[in-house]
Design a protein around this ligand. Structure first.
Ligand SMILES: Nc1nc2c(c(=O)[nH]1)N[C@H]1C(S)=C(S)[C@@H](COP(=O)(O)O)O[C@H]1N2
Ligand SMILES: [Mo]
Length: 268
């Protein structure tokens, strides 16, 4: 009897010791976590984001760029798998008339072969002349929803090829001559209220479209009629609806959600 009690006491002692260690470790980890959190919160902001977090986002972007391959395709689905009631989300920049009798696409470029000619003005019919490409993919929004949807339009690469855009030389773009390509493309709504900046590599990817159709019909107005960007390599935020202006540059163009703390790349 006496022996058993001692065993029990010994056990209790062991348990107390373990509990104490556990509490100690727990307390230490919590303190470290709070410390890191306070350090991040007290740091300065860069483009709407705390600097340490911005550094993490920029590093992700570099890693992603390093592994980028033109041949990596986003998974596609058969068009019958596309949603019939496609969700519409985000209406920044939808003001003004989208009537195609007045709507024009403005492309700002500097063509060394034709220095006076720096604005190319196109109508929807010009875009419709470029061979059509269709694709059904899983559209993903950073807010946490995704939806398989079916789009039609022309490849952005075919568009810049047709009009000799996006190059320093003013020649047709060549994927094997990346030096001649501008590094970034900027897209803006006609009223300038929503804007995105995207790296050229992603823009000339074969799945990136200037889309004018959804489910084989004219793009509905809430989906960006008459013209929107469909870029399956990126989150929804970069898929700008109601395109008004396109520009090329070697420095990062301004970007609506980047300015509000999101990751510039928004790559999937
Ligand atoms: N002009 C414009 N384009 C936009 C947005 C917006 O607010 N304005 N929202 C973006 C976001 S956050 C998403 S998820 C997608 C939504 O596309 P959908 O309306 O076709 O679902 O559009 C993107 N393009
Ligand atoms: Mo989104």
């Amino acid at each position: 009897m006496k022996e058993k009690l001692t065993e029990e006491q010994l056990m209790n002692k062991k348990i107390r010791k373990k509990s104490l260690i556990s509490f100690g470790v727990f307390f230490l980890l919590i303190s470290v976590a709070i410390g890191v959190w306070m350090w991040v919160r007290n740091s300065e902001k860069s483009d709407g984001q705390y600097k340490p977090l911005r550094t993490v986002l920029n590093t992700n972007e570099k890693v992603n760029n390093f592994f980028f391959s033109e041949n990596d395709l986003v998974k596609t689905y058969s068009k019958s798998e596309g949603a019939k009631n496609v969700r519409a989300n985000g209406y920044y920049g939808n003001k003004g008339s989208h009537d195609t009798s007045v709507w024009r696409l403005r492309v700002l470029h500097s063509n060394p072969k034709n220095p006076g000619d720096s604005v190319l003005i196109l109508c929807l019919n010009d875009i419709l002349q470029i061979p059509k490409q269709e694709e059904c993919f899983n559209f993903k929004c950073v807010e946490g929803w995704s939806q398989i949807s079916f789009w039609g339009g022309c490849r952005f690469f075919d568009f810049i090829s047709k009009y000799n855009l996006g190059t320093h030389s003013g020649n047709a773009p060549d994927k094997n001559n990346p030096e001649d390509l501008y590094k970034y493309v900027s897209l803006e709504t006609p009223d300038g209220a929503y804007y995105v900046g995207i790296d050229m590599k992603s823009m000339i990817h074969s799945q990136t479209l200037l889309a004018y159709e959804m489910n084989e019909k004219q793009l509905p107005d809430n989906q960006g009629y008459p013209l929107r960007l469909i870029i399956p390599l990126k989150y929804g935020i970069k898929n700008l609806k109601w395109i008004g202006t396109i520009r090329f540059s070697d420095t990062r163009p301004k970007d609506y959600w980047f300015e509000r703390g999101y990751d510039y790349d928004a790559a999937l």
